[in-house]
Design a protein around this ligand. Structure first.
Ligand SMILES: [Fe+2]
Length: 206
């Protein structure tokens, strides 16, 4: 899947990041979510058009965070954690503006990105949507995003292994669309996952 335009958009907006590693991590997370989302969509029987849309949305799902680069990444020691988390919660909505301005993205892709932090039981953000109210692609992104975050190194913790990440997600299964979650599990334990595991290992080795 060619995501060159999306990489360029991240590159342009990523100039606001002062730490090079943050930009590398941003690319890597987007690529892992994108790949997992496409494999999950295929497992669910979705067509080429949908797979293309979910690939793009996966790559750009956190683009709104780059609008908040100063607050989210460094230069903000004087910002309280609670305030920072309030800003972080704005990133799905900010993503809408970025993509509308680009003019190259369908309303479908935009709706997936705008809702990628909504939980199936209504506990997510920004709109507390529930169940089928959440766009289908956003429900796919939710599962792939949480998994990708758990299996990645973070500044404050080491990456969890795949099995541990899956167990942790089962504990919070109310957050996910069960049909999608089961398809996702099939992907994780399929041979297609080998390439994703390599991407994860490469990102964690840096
Ligand atoms: Fe996000």
């Amino acid at each position: 899947m060619n995501l060159e335009r999306e990489r360029q958009l991240i590159g342009r907006m990523g100039e606001r990041l002062t730490v090079e590693q943050d930009l590398k991590d941003f690319y890597a997370h987007g690529e892992i979510v994108s790949r997992l989302a496409v494999l999950t969509a295929k497992e669910l029987g979705e067509d080429e058009t949908f797979c293309r849309e979910i690939a793009v949305a996966g790559m750009l799902h956190d683009i709104g965070k780059l609008e908040l680069a100063d607050v989210i990444y460094g230069n903000s020691d004087n910002i309280m954690a609670v305030e920072r988390s309030k800003y972080v919660r704005m990133h799905p909505t900010l993503g809408i503006d970025v993509l509308r301005k680009e003019g190259a993205y369908s309303e479908e892709v935009i709706s997936f990105i705008a809702n990628h932090h909504e939980n199936f039981d209504g506990t997510g953000y920004p709109n507390h949507l529930e169940g089928d109210e959440i766009p289908y692609g956003a429900r796919i992104l939710r599962v792939c995003d949480v998994f990708a975050a758990l299996v990645s190194n973070r500044a404050y913790r080491s990456a969890f292994g795949v099995d541990t990440a899956v167990e942790m997600m089962i504990d919070d299964v109310k957050d996910y669309d069960m049909h999608i979650f089961l398809a996702f599990l099939k992907v994780v334990y399929s041979k297609d996952f080998t390439a994703v595991r390599e991407m994860i290992d490469r990102a964690n080795a840096r």
